[in-house]
Design a protein around this ligand. Structure first.
Ligand code: ZN
Length: 602
């Protein structure tokens, strides 16, 4: 058994190591299929009881990654990671208003720069050109064009239209000898759960309750935070599974089309999902905010006909940030290609190399959706999740007009799970500050936090005051924690006093600030005891009565080096500007679309 797998791995390594040639002769055509909202455990190749025969058939011709996890639990940042090979906190397209900055290269641009042609067919506004997704798709990037199609009711584009358009493109361009990169996105498994015939009713027939698959009927259940009636919940699952069956059928149609084309038997097909979906696994429905397995575990199948033996299953955990590099390697990019060298993913071919023990890189999942910054890390069998939650959120009036979010109180909650003993993440463990996932998560958040980040190790009787630039804070209270307890902090008139809490520990606090001030100066004032400030590689001593001014716009205040342990009386201060990014243009029509789909929009 083991020997057989070993031999397979060697064959694959050879197939995936064929060097590229600039003429395109040895570069295979590549299709990336992203199925929105498809949780891995609702695919029969991943053990589900309801069949997805076409996805399973694809897996039988390639490699299936059993433990693939997305980097973000919602559409926009998750897909931008697929297209850039960078985490959301790096590419910066993590909310409605942001588009990819020109300084960050995309997979499609990179491939078209090396002899490929590229076309994209997508089904949702969160993959629209306005966010920068169309970059590099020189043969066309189709989304809004559908909306003028009279066959398309409502705002979401149905998958059969996407597949028809993509198939039409393949047919039209079949005599073009350049290899192609085709990106296809299917939105059907996302709510509204309402599959077309013959899939409608396959599992959901015989129910006469209120659930019709629309978000409107789900919202009262989400808002009540009480468990649904079992029959209502089952109806949602049944309707979701009907959509999955529909999408599976579409995948079958597309794969058949690809394989029927000249050279189609050599085309590499990659199938994955941007995130999963919750059905009260952790007390709610949908996706976007929490980072538990039902939302992060996604299918990942790479069907490469050049692979000698098929059907290999890779058990090691892998990340969606690795996908772009993997596709880049299939296309023959050399290791020193800037797209690979500067990306944050690692090509998955390393998992298939003969005899190699693949490095187990920490899995990171992050989101700032709806103003809830959260991150999770899986290291080995430990999974740590940090959630920053509001007690209140609303509109804050400032001298510059209304600010979208205002928080009366912030709290960082930390959870820890043993994913080997408790794979469904139902039994949180007592937090161990030394746990590898907790340590990595704390460091990750410190490196990526887009606000003010403090680490404080007070000595006895020590007290300092921080005065923020006017108009730059949007909270009245915050919580700091050392992994075992939390302490409440009160911020009055843009001032925060630190002191009066137990010494001998390091506390961390992330203050979500947007600094609008022309003079983003933080003033630190010693009130009692001697404090040592560490900021941007510099050290300042602060005696009682002394003040120190710190320019928060200084780029060097965020160093990438792992933070050193603090000594008693020390405070480390870091800020990180938002990553480079452009502004996404969302016109009234697009905003209407987003609202019709249940999104808030900006
Ligand atoms: Zn999505």
């Amino acid at each position: 058994m083991f020997r057989k797998k070993f031999a397979t791995a060697m064959l694959i390594a050879l197939a995936w190591a064929i060097p590229a040639c600039d003429s395109g002769g040895s570069q295979p055509s590549i299709v990336l299929i992203s199925i929105d909202t498809l949780r891995a455990d609702h695919v029969s190749a991943y053990g589900y009881s309801r069949p997805t025969p076409n996805i399973d058939a694809l897996a039988e011709t390639g490699v299936l990654f059993e433990e693939a996890h997305t980097v973000a639990p919602w559409t926009l940042p998750a897909h931008m990671t697929m297209m850039t090979g960078r985490f959301p906190s790096t590419h910066g397209v993590d909310n409605d208003g942001f588009a990819l900055d020109d300084s960050i290269p995309t997979l499609a641009e990179t491939l078209t720069g090396r002899g490929y042609r590229a076309a994209g067919f997508v089904a949702h506004h969160y993959l629209a050109a306005t966010y920068g997704f169309d970059r590099g798709f020189d043969d066309g990037y189709v989304y809004r064009q559908y909306l003028n199609d009279p066959r398309m009711p409502g705002a979401a584009v149905r998958g059969d239209s996407v597949i028809a358009a993509a198939s039409d493109y393949l047919e039209r361009s079949k005599d073009d000898e350049r290899p192609y990169f085709l990106f296809v996105h299917l939105f059907d498994a996302h709510w509204t759960f309402s599959a077309p015939p013959p899939f409608a009713g396959r599992y959901s027939d015989g129910y006469d309750g209120p659930m019709d698959g629309t978000l409107g009927r789900m919202m009262p259940a989400i808002a009540s935070k009480r468990p649904m009636q079992p029959a209502d919940l089952q109806q949602l699952v049944d309707r979701y599974d009907e959509e999955v069956a529909f999408v599976d059928d579409l995948v079958g149609r597309l794969v058949a089309k690809i394989r029927s084309l000249p050279g189609g038997k050599r085309t590499v097909i990659v199938l994955t999902a941007d995130h999963g979906e919750e059905f009260e696994d952790h007390g709610s429905l949908g996706h976007s905010v929490t980072l538990y397995r039902e939302q992060t575990h996604v299918p990942l199948i790479i069907a490469d006909p050049a692979i000698g033996r098929k059907g290999l299953r890779v058990p090691s955990p892998v990340r969606s940030v690795d996908l772009a590099a993997t596709v880049g390697r299939i296309a023959g990019l050399p290791d020193d290609d800037p797209f690979l060298a500067q990306g944050e993913g690692q090509a998955l071919q390393v998992h298939l190399e003969a005899g190699a023990e693949p490095p187990r890189l920490p899995l990171v999942i992050e989101t700032t959706r709806y103003g809830h910054p959260r991150a999770a890390v899986i290291v080995g069998t430990s999974k740590a999740i940090a959630a920053m939650d509001y007690d209140f959120m609303g509109i804050q009036q400032t001298s510059d007009g209304p600010r979208q979010h205002a928080a009366a109180s912030w709290r960082r909650r930390l959870e820890l799970y043993d994913v080997a003993q408790d794979p469904l993440e139902q039994r949180p463990l007592k937090i161990d500050p030394q746990d590898a996932a907790v340590v990595f998560l704390n460091d990750w958040q410190e490196r990526t936090w887009q606000g003010l980040q403090l680490a404080v190790r007070p000595s006895a009787g020590w007290r300092i005051r921080l005065s923020f630039p006017p108009g730059s804070t949007w909270f009245d209270e915050a919580w700091m924690e050392d992994g075992t307890r939390t302490l409440r902090l009160t911020i009055n008139d843009d001032r925060l006093e630190l002191g009066g809490f137990p010494p001998g520990r390091t506390y961390r606090i992330g203050l979500p600030m947007f600094i609008d001030s022309e003079e983003p100066i933080l003033i630190l004032e010693g009130l009692a005891g001697r404090a040592v400030l560490l900021a941007g590689g510099e050290q300042f001593s602060l005696e009682p009565g002394q003040t120190q001014r710190l320019d928060l716009s200084r780029a060097d205040l965020c160093a990438d080096a792992p933070p050193a342990a603090l000594a008693d009386g020390q405070v480390r201060i870091r800020t990180r500007p938002r990553p480079p990014q452009a502004e996404a243009t969302i016109d009234t029509e697009a905003e209407k679309l987003l609202r019709s789909l249940g999104y808030v929009g900006r």
